[in-house]
Design a protein around this ligand. Structure first.
Ligand SMILES: Cc1cc2nc3c(=O)[nH]c(=O)nc-3n(C[C@H](O)[C@H](O)[C@H](O)COP(=O)(O)OP(=O)(O)OC[C@H]3O[C@@H](n4cnc5c(N)ncnc54)[C@H](O)[C@@H]3O)c2cc1C
Length: 348
């Protein structure tokens, strides 16, 4: 295990803000994870687990304890009963893994192409896009349990997946270090074209798009929205969507719809769970005076998507949070809806 000190964290995140980690370990194996945690325990250091840094805002003061970056590599796959099981190291790049499954003509995660970050980060907030979520294909998650030092296998149900949530970011937050994730995919399966953007992309086509074409379409649509990390694109220095789409009860939804109608606006919403509706956080942000391209010092709103707060160069974490607060306040004032941030706040 190589223990480093005072390692800048901003370059290890997509938002690119924040201070250093007092101590830093990059773990390539489960044994190194165990060793790093033992070191932290004996030195009474708080631990933060880092993946690809694509869903984080690090405080300007950094992290006073130990940052453990999980870098376990490897993609293994086996077939059984018409299913292809991919057992993947938590440190593998997510999009590289999606590309490999598409190359193997295995369906199930093609719509999740172009999402930055690590494989180990995907179960944490049940990553989803364009009609797919990892909860639909995760077979099991291998974890290091900090409670008793054991390595365990959690089945899909044990992960408690819901919209942008799992036990890893709610009830058991901080307990498990994800080491490997096993995905169950469908060899020779069809691409999922259920989402409006994708349907529109392939409109007029007579044959069904294959997995590779779907992956390319998703990456293309994401790039247009600044949701693909493209070198040199100022709109992608972000943490992706900054707010979750609020899930409202029928009554709350009716109230919001009334407010929108009174302003002559149409409120976009989608059925969520039984008796609830998901409304577009991007719409709420835009209709509260934060247009695409809005600037606020070194931070702003992406010129391609209202939901992404971007670092326009040289931003501090304090500026990101100030804009976040401003948006939440205005949305609450105008629409009486509380927006919940999606990224994890580290060291605040
Ligand atoms: C441009 C852009 C577009 C995005 N688009 C989407 C999208 O479409 N859909 C979506 O759901 N998300 C999206 N995201 C958010 C983000 O990419 C995902 O949440 C991603 O899965 C985070 O993985 P990560 O490895 O970067 O995790 P990090 O950002 O490093 O960490 C996020 C959280 O996961 C925990 N964590 C990470 N690795 C482990 C591990 N091995 N064990 C235990 N805990 C761990 C961390 O402690 C932290 O709490 C986007 C982000 C960006 C920047």
């Amino acid at each position: 295990m190589l223990l480093k000190e005072n390692v800048p964290l901003a370059p290890l995140t997509t938002m690119g803000v924040g201070g250093p980690a007092r101590f830093f370990v990059e773990a390539m194996t489960a044994d190194e994870v165990r060793e790093a945690l033992a070191y932290a325990k004996s030195h009474k250091l708080a631990v933060f687990v880092l993946g690809g840094g694509s869903n984080l805002i690090v405080a300007d003061a950094g992290w006073p304890g130990l940052v453990l970056r999980v870098a376990i590599a490897g993609i293994n796959h086996r077939h059984g009963h018409g299913t292809a099981f991919f057992d993947v190291g938590a440190g593998e790049d997510w999009d590289g893994f999606v590309a490999a499954t598409v190359q193997h003509r295995c369906a199930g995660i093609e719509c999740l192409s172009g999402i930055p970050g690590s494989v180990g980060g995907t179960p944490v907030q049940n990553v989803g896009a364009y009609g797919q979520e990892v909860s639909q294909t995760i077979e099991s998650v291998e974890v290091f349990d900090r409670k008793d030092g054991q390595i365990r296998e959690l089945c899909n149900e044990a992960c408690g997946f819901t919209y942008r949530s799992s036990i890893f970011n709610t009830t058991e937050r901080g307990r498990f270090i994800i080491l490997h994730v096993t995905y169950a995919l469908t060899p020779g399966g069809e691409a999922y074209i259920g989402y409006a953007d994708l349907k529109q992309h392939f409109e007029g086509r007579e044959t069904l798009p294959n997995l590779a074409e779907t992956r390319e379409a998703v990456r293309h649509i994401r790039a247009r929205k600044g949701m693909l990390i493209v070198e040199g694109d100022p709109d992608c220095q972000s943490a992706g969507s900054f707010f979750k789409n609020p899930v409202l009860s029928e009554a709350q939804h009716a109230d919001l719809q009334q407010r929108a109608t009174a302003k002559g606006l149409h409120l976009p919403s989608y059925p969520a769970l039984e008796k609830s509706r998901k409304v577009s956080a991007a719409w709420l942000v835009e209709k509260s005076g934060f247009a695409r391209g809005y600037g606020f010092g070194h931070v702003g709103i992406s010129s391609k998507h209202a939901l992404a707060i971007v670092n326009r160069g040289g931003a501090s974490a304090a500026e990101v949070l100030a804009l976040k607060d401003q948006i939440q306040q205005r949305v609450k004032e105008i629409w009486d809806v509380a927006l919940e941030p999606e990224p994890v706040m580290v060291g605040f």
